[in-house]
Design a protein around this ligand. Structure first.
Ligand SMILES: O=C(O)[C@@H](CO)OP(=O)(O)O
Ligand SMILES: [Mn+2]
Ligand SMILES: [Mn+2]
Length: 558
């Protein structure tokens, strides 16, 4: 014990042994919903997950993965990977970005802190640029927060404001970008009536422009840079509503993948390239899809693509996206300070850890799992393996993704005897679910199930334990529903495909030959959520979780 009384040492579990291999499998976007043809998990052949559900009733249950259970503002907020993996890894519920920004805007504190005062310096003589996802999905950003920020900044001296918007269609229905563009245009025209020169300057679909993650494809960020900073894009329009409406008419187009565009004035010049002296705010609160742009905006040394022109700007993130890297240096709202995660505790207690996923989810089982922290706690005890994802495709084209490769890596890590915890994220249900392609999502779910089987077989061979769960729903419900739960029809009488996550709970199953006799899920944590998983996993490693962790889901009955 240190002088403060704090210790990384975890108490021994009174009944459970140490030294058993624990495989921790997170199926991304795998919720539980009633069987129906839009439930791709139900439609797919998933014998392994089915056997867990039907095999041992006291070793399978549901946990909450959305809303307040994962630190989001309301029960109407669907879960997402960031908050889901934060909760799984940290074992406690933290008020998350969406909620922290709401509070800072509500109290006005956002305008008093260092970040806003820093960008404010540019207001008198230069432009304020706001870059981010135009959506009310609440996963990466929310338009109502942007509206409040516009109001707040203009009341505090911003005279010229330019927005660089990314269309969504992934956290919200495809096609909803038109409505958001109209709302924003109305807001900006009201500002213009008050004498503020406020306009949208550029845009593009989030998956094709700017919002790549984990360095899967820097071209995505470059396309955004060219439009936002240089004012160059293949498509030019007079305003954002015209842009979105026109680009959506191209056959096969959708909000997620709209090409980059710039808004031009009467003379054909871009209305808002970013130039020396300007202020820039990236208004997404979630980190993973903003850090690449943040690097391009902030780093003097940068070799990921040719920036051509690097304006000297005052840049602030809505949040700081990476606390270790201090990226960006200035931010409007402080991020949740997630400390003492289960990963850090376990490493301090000698648990050797292997974590793996493919690029598009790699940071989920490492960065998010470890409380938004990059890198190892102890490089001697940990190994993180990233399998390169395909880039430049939508995943309905390759619905199996790298599931089997992840399964193989996990299997090899388990059989090597070098690790006590082998943790993976299997992305298929989520990544293919987001494409809205129901048939491909069925294939995706089958592939995910096969990867689980591969890992469970290895657990069996070494006498280990498994925990299989998910971070939030997605593939289990691919259609928008009315209040009665039936598919909701649009004006033309068509069902509306749901590309987003859901509000559904997710399964958690435990088992394996190493699971001690008498271990089962407690009945007295009926509203358990993802944050209860960390204490559970610590128990399975033979430890008792710290007192302030959400309680364990298991008990040992003699
Ligand atoms: O793709 C993403 O960025 C989100 C949806 O916006 O999905 P997930 O939370 O599963 O990463
Ligand atoms: Mn996810
Ligand atoms: Mn997702």
């Amino acid at each position: 014990m240190g002088s403060t009384g704090f210790s990384w040492k975890l108490a021994d579990h009174p009944k459970l042994p140490k030294g058993k291999l624990v495989a921790m499998i997170v199926l991304d976007g795998w919720g539980e919903a009633s069987p129906d043809k839009f439930n791709c998990i139900h439609v797919a052949e998933t014998p392994t997950m089915d056997s867990l559900k039907n095999g041992a009733p006291d070793k399978w249950r549901l946990v909450r993965a959305h809303g307040t259970a994962v630190g989001l503002p309301t029960e109407d907020d669907m879960g997402n990977s960031e908050v889901g993996h934060n909760a799984l890894g940290a074992g406690r519920i933290y008020a998350q970005g969406a909620k922290l920004v709401d509070a800072a805007l509500e109290s006005g504190k956002i305008y008093e802190d260092e970040g806003f005062n820093y960008i404010k310096e540019s207001f008198a003589n230069n432009t304020l640029h706001l870059i981010g996802l135009m959506s009310d999905g609440g996963v990466h950003s929310r338009l109502d927060q942007v509206q409040l920020l516009l109001k707040g900044a203009s009341e505090r001296g911003a005279k010229k404001i330019r927005l660089h918007v990314l269309t969504d269609g992934r956290d919200v229905l495809d096609g909803s970008s038109i409505g958001f563009a109209e709302t924003l245009e109305k807001e900006l025209s009201d500002l213009r009536k008050k004498g503020i020169d406020a306009q949208v300057a550029s845009g593009g679909g989030r998956m094709y422009v700017t919002m790549d993650r984990y360095e899967n494809d820097w071209e995505v960020v470059k396309r955004g840079w060219d439009a936002q900073v240089l004012g160059e894009a293949p498509h030019k329009f007079k305003n954002v509503v015209e842009a979105v409406k026109t680009l959506r008419q191209v056959p096969g187009s959708n909000d997620q993948y709209l090409p980059p565009f710039v808004i031009v004035d009467e003379s054909g010049s871009p209305v808002g390239p970013i130039v020396d002296g300007d202020a820039v705010v990236t208004f997404n609160f979630r980190a993973d899809r903003m850090t690449m742009l943040a690097q391009a905006l902030e780093y003097e040394k940068f070799d990921k693509f040719d920036r051509v022109r690097v304006p000297k700007i005052r840049y602030a993130g809505m949040l700081q996206y990476d606390g270790e890297l201090k990226l960006p240096n200035y931010y409007l709202v402080s991020p949740p300070l997630i400390d003492r995660t289960s990963g850090e505790y376990l490493v301090h207690n000698g648990v050797r850890t292997f974590a793996c996923s493919e690029t598009v989810k790699f940071g989920h089982v490492t960065f998010f799992w470890n409380g938004n922290r990059s890198g190892y706690f102890n490089a001697e005890l940990e190994e993180y393996v990233e399998i390169p994802s395909d880039s430049g495709i939508t995943f309905n084209v390759q619905p199996k993704m790298k599931a089997l490769e992840i399964g193989e890596k996990a299997r090899d890590a388990i059989l090597s005897g070098r690790f006590d915890q082998v943790r993976v994220n299997i992305p298929n249900g989520d990544m293919v679910g987001h494409t809205g392609d129901v048939e491909a999502t069925v294939v995706a779910c089958k592939a995910a199930d096969e990867a689980v089987k591969m890992i469970l077989d290895a657990v069996e061979q070494v006498g280990g334990i498994f925990v299989v769960t998910a971070d939030h729903g997605n593939a289990e419900d691919m259609v928008k529903r009315n209040k009665k739960g039936e598919p909701a029809l649009d004006k033309e009488g068509n069902v509306q495909i749901l590309t987003s996550h859901t509000l559904q709970p997710v399964p958690i199953a435990i088992g394996g030959p190493g699971l001690a006799e008498g271990v089962k899920f407690r009945k007295d944590v009926p509203s358990g959520g993802l944050a209860n998983v960390a204490a559970t996993v610590m128990n399975l490693h033979g430890f008792v979780a710290p007192d302030d962790y959400e309680t364990t889901l298991i008990e040992v009955v003699d």
